[in-house]
Design a protein. Structure first.
Length: 169
């Protein structure tokens, strides 16, 4: 699934060289992000159908709703605690953005995510918990991973706002 990956942030690309254990952790985080997306989408659809049966035609698609749903999912599925919390929060932010685009008629209805789609990725918010040295990045709940980038970009390495890990095939 994930053999090598790239971190992308504001035009800065960093190639990661994860070992076998780190690849498993990345794949688990990718799977958890996909799992949360699909479950939140299912929960939203079921809740909307329930609202529709009682005569309501609108269900707010906001951060509070999805944050509550994510908390319930974490209680039901404890393996989600293995992922970094900001990664799962980024998933519902993306889902909200997708729904808002749909409601504004700018995009289609959000789709379920599949393992077969080659565009897999997850983001980690940098709340001063990502440590960057000259050749390693320490990611929260994932650990230390080696990276390589161009010499010009080494000076920018302290400016990460968030880290997006994308699989590369």
């Amino acid at each position: 699934m994930l053999d090598e990956c790239i971190i992308v942030n504001e035009g800065l690309k960093v190639k990661l060289y994860p070992d076998k254990v780190m690849k498993d952790k990345f794949n688990r985080s990718l799977g958890n992000a996909r799992f949360v997306w699909n479950n939140l989408l299912t929960e939203y659809q079921e809740t909307f159908e329930l609202f529709k049966q009682h005569g309501y035609t609108k269900l707010k698609c906001n951060q509070t709703t999805f944050n509550t749903m994510l908390t319930m999912l974490k209680k039901e599925y404890p393996f989600l605690y293995d992922s970094e919390s900001s990664t799962l929060q980024q998933v519902y932010h993306d889902l909200i953005r997708s729904f808002n685009g749909f409601f504004k008629k700018n995009s289609n209805y959000p789709r379920f995510k599949s393992k077969k789609n080659p565009k897999n990725g997850f983001r980690i918010q940098n709340n001063n918990n990502i440590k960057i040295t000259s050749n390693t990045i320490v990611l929260p709940k994932l650990g230390k991973v080696h990276y390589r980038t161009s010499p010009q970009m080494i000076m920018k390495r302290k400016m990460f706002k968030n880290v997006e890990v994308m699989s590369q095939y």
